[in-house]
Ligand binder design. Structure first.
Ligand code: SF4
Ligand code: SF4
Length: 94
């Protein structure tokens, strides 16, 4: 059976340069966020813990699953929209 990394490698992602479709509204709220759950729940690893308690977001490779907009329930600190047409994830099935 394939590992998740091997499956993800089959997908293709078209970057919309300079126009990320997800944004952290207030970086200060992330520093104060107790669990920083986005850093462990994103299946594509788009959120990462940085030095000093910051959270960094890179939307390249986002699977558009919507988990981060739901999991950030305490602070509601994620601004989320679909990528523009022609950009974002291209799933390869089978
Ligand atoms: S869950 Fe929300 S507030 Fe907490 S670190 Fe992630 S984006 Fe920031
Ligand atoms: S929508 Fe899903 S894959 Fe994309 S950043 Fe949020 S949790 Fe990660």
């Amino acid at each position: 059976m394939s590992k998740i990394e091997e499956k993800l490698f089959q997908d293709r992602y078209r970057v919309d340069a300079g126009r990320p479709h997800i944004r952290i509204k207030d970086a200060g709220l992330c520093r104060d966020c107790r669990n920083q759950q986005c850093t462990v729940c994103c299946p594509a690893g788009c959120y990462s813990r940085e030095a000093g308690g910051q959270v960094a977001l890179t939307t390249d490779g986002c699977l558009e699953c919507g988990t981060c907009r739901i999991i950030c329930d305490e602070h509601r600190n994620v601004e989320w929209e679909w990528p523009r047409g022609g950009f974002g994830i291209l799933f390869k099935f089978g």
